[in-house]
Each structure stands twice: as structure tokens, then as C-alpha cells.
Design a protein around this ligand. Structure first.
Ligand code: FAD
Length: 308
């Protein structure tokens, strides 16, 4: 068995594995796809001390760093079930879709999250070429340009406020007849001169010129008329879904499905920790996920020396 078994190979999982292995304890990392969301990221400009890099390049460096410590890397392994130890100090186990099973004194869950997509023509084709999901990451790339934000919940309205300070104009589209964001955010949004809000709007298509986004088509749900907005960027803010479906009925999840952790990254089950985008820690970013991974790992080590 492992002393620390990390599930997930994004920035959170990689940091957790490195911190554990540096304690000289037997560490394994199993991931469906090593690198996680970072593999889908073109340009990264907010990873402090690295002015500019690309996702796959950062993933290569992460993997090299993990390998440096002889961590057992099991790629292309999707966990399907967590079975907590039946008695205090016992081993936890994780079952995989491949049929395999691993056991460990401590388990660190770092399975990340995925952005909910609009599922309209053009969205995939223009992903990273105008279609974006993270305003903190990609907002500055649209300086002085026209953008739309899809979604009028808190994250959509926060994104529109954030972007309004950088871009030329923001059009916020909401499917419903009213915004769902907190009143204070809506008041702030309405005070901004370069923001337009369109309600009752169903996005139907992303248009482009073959290399980048040029327009967005939406349907007015009241009249069923189609309208076209010329723009350079579209920020999709209709939800971030934690990859925690496999954990239902084991660890405590928030009503959004995020793993609930405390300041030590501990879940409600002793010996089981979590970190990164799959948890209820706010602000989903690479640098935050890495810091959380380090914390989860140090907490796992602390747990091990107190229980064995
Ligand atoms: P993830 O990166 O999501 O990794 C999760 C890992 O768990 C993966 O290895 C995955 O395969 C694995 N996994 C999932 N389910 C299972 C399972 N059941 N069994 C086994 N393994 C599983 N952040 C920034 O700071 N700067 C940026 O510029 C930036 N740009 C972004 C651009 C895009 C397009 C996207 C999508 C995100 C961007 N982010 C950016 C956000 C950043 O990528 C995430 O905050 C970060 O990757 C979260 O790390 P994580 O390790 O928690 O999860």
C-alpha cells in the first residue's frame, strides 16, 4: 500500500505528490489525464515568476518534477469509487474503472473541475481562439476588444464587472428573464457605462473566420428572432462542475458538489484530504491549486506520523 495516494494529476495533484515524496514516504499518483485543465490552456501569464508559458509546456515541467522523486505515476486511470478505512488507522482504498484497486494510509483527492459548456456550433472550434472560460486568466488578452459574457449568475456578473475595466465593451447574455446574481453585484454592473445586459437570450452559435471568433448569434426567446453580435471574445460563465461524482455518499460535498475541506485540506473522513478545483476553496487558479496541493500533502504527512 501507499502512504500517500493522490487521485488527479493536475497542478494540485502534482504539488501534493512532490511534497509527499520529498518526505521519503511511498507516494502514488493516479490520474485520468496527467496535467488536467492545464493541458487545455494555451497561454498562461499569471503563474508567478514565469511571465508567459503554455499549458502543455507547464505540464511537461510538472511531470518531470514529479518523476524526479520516484513517484509511482499511473496515468489514464479513472477512479470510480473511494472506500474509506473501516476502522481507525486502517487502509483506505480507491477502485478504478479499469478494474484495478489501490490502497493507502492517506488519500488526497485532486480531481479538479470542468467548465460547463454552451454546446452550440462553433464553441469547440473556437475554444482558446475567442471562446474563453476564465476571466482572471484570459481577460487581459481581450484588452480594448468587444466581448460577451454568457450567464447572469454571480460568476457571470463578476466576470462582466471585471472585464468591463479591461475591454472596450461587454454584453452580458442571460437565458432567464432576470439575472440571478446578488443585488449588490447587479447594482455595480448597472453602473458601468460599457456594459449592456440582454435577458431572455439563448445563445445558438459562435461564428468565426476560421482562425478566430467574429460574432455570436442568439435568439430572443420572446420573439424567437435571431440576432448577431459582432465581437472578438466570449466568456462562458454557466458553471464550473467539480469532478466529484465518484465521491457521492462518501466524503461530504457542498450543494454545488465541491468537496468540503477545512484549512488543513482535511475532509470529514480522517486520513482523506482534498485540494484544488474539486474543493470548496474559492478562486480556481493554477497557483492556488498548487498551494492547496502542498497543504493537503503536509496535512497527510502530519496525519501519518500521528497515527502510525
Ligand atoms: P485539474 O487541472 O482539473 O486536474 C484534475 C486532474 O484529475 C486531472 O489529471 C484529471 O484527469 C484528473 N481526474 C478527474 N477525475 C478523475 C477521476 N475520477 N479519476 C482519476 N483522475 C481524475 N488558471 C490559471 O491560474 N491561469 C490560467 O491562465 C488559466 N487558464 C485556464 C484556461 C482554461 C481553458 C481552463 C479550462 C482553465 C484555466 N485555468 C487557469 C484554471 C486552472 O487550469 C485550474 O484552476 C487548475 O488546473 C486546477 O488544478 P487541479 O489540479 O485542481 O485540477
Amino acid at each position: 500500500p501507499f502512504e500517500v495516494l493522490v487521485i488527479g494529476g493536475g497542478p494540485a495533484g502534482a504539488a501534493a505528490a512532490i511534497y509527499a515524496a520529498r518526505k521519503g514516504i511511498r507516494t502514488g499518483i493516479a490520474a485520468e489525464r496527467f496535467g488536467g485543465q492545464v493541458m487545455d490552456t494555451l497561454s498562461i501569464e499569471n503563474f508567478i515568476s514565469v511571465k508567459e508559458t503554455e499549458g502543455p509546456k507547464l505540464v511537461r515541467a510538472m511531470e518531470e518534477h514529479v518523476r524526479e522523486y520516484g513517484v509511482d505515476i499511473m496515468n489514464l486511470q479513472r477512479a470510480s469509487r473511494l472506500v474509506p478505512a473501516s476502522k481507525k488507522g486502517g487502509l483506505h482504498s480507491v477502485e478504478f474503472e479499469s478494474g484495478g484497486k489501490l490502497s493507502a494510509k492517506t488519500v488526497i483527492m485532486a480531481t479538479g473541475a470542468r467548465w460547463r459548456e454552451m454546446n452550440v456550433p462553433g464553441e469547440q472550434e473556437y475554444r482558446t481562439r475567442g471562446v474563453a472560460y476564465c476571466p482572471h486568466c484570459d481577460g487581459p488578452l481581450f484588452k480594448g476588444k468587444r466581448v460577451a459574457v454568457i450567464g447572469g449568475g454571480n460568476s457571470g456578473v463578476e466576470a462582466a464587472i471585471d472585464l468591463a475595466g479591461i475591454v472596450a465593451s461587454v454584453t452580458l447574455l442571460e437565458f432567464d428573464t432576470k439575472l440571478r446574481a446578488d443585488e449588490v453585484l447587479q447594482a455595480k454592473l448597472n453602473s458601468l457605462p460599457n456594459v449592456t445586459v440582454i435577458k431572455n437570450a439563448l445563445t445558438t452559435e459562435v461564428k468565426g473566420d476560421g482562425s478566430k471568433v467574429t460574432a455570436l448569434v442568439y435568439q430572443d426567446r420572446a420573439t424567437e428572432e435571431l440576432h448577431e453580435l459582432e465581437l472578438e471574445g466570449i466568456f462562458v460563465q454557466i458553471g464550473l462542475l467539480p469532478n466529484s461524482e465518484w465521491l457521492k455518499d462518501t466524503v461530504a460535498l457542498s450543494d454545488r458538489g465541491e468537496i468540503e475541506i477545512n484549512a488543513q485540506c482535511a475532509t470529514n473522513i480522517p486520513g482523506i484530504f482534498a485540494c484544488g478545483d474539486v474543493t470548496n476553496v474559492p478562486y480556481k487558479q493554477i497557483i492556488i491549486a498548487m498551494g492547496e496541493g502542498a497543504k493537503a500533502s503536509l496535512s497527510a504527512f502530519d496525519h501519518i506520523i500521528r497515527t502510525s
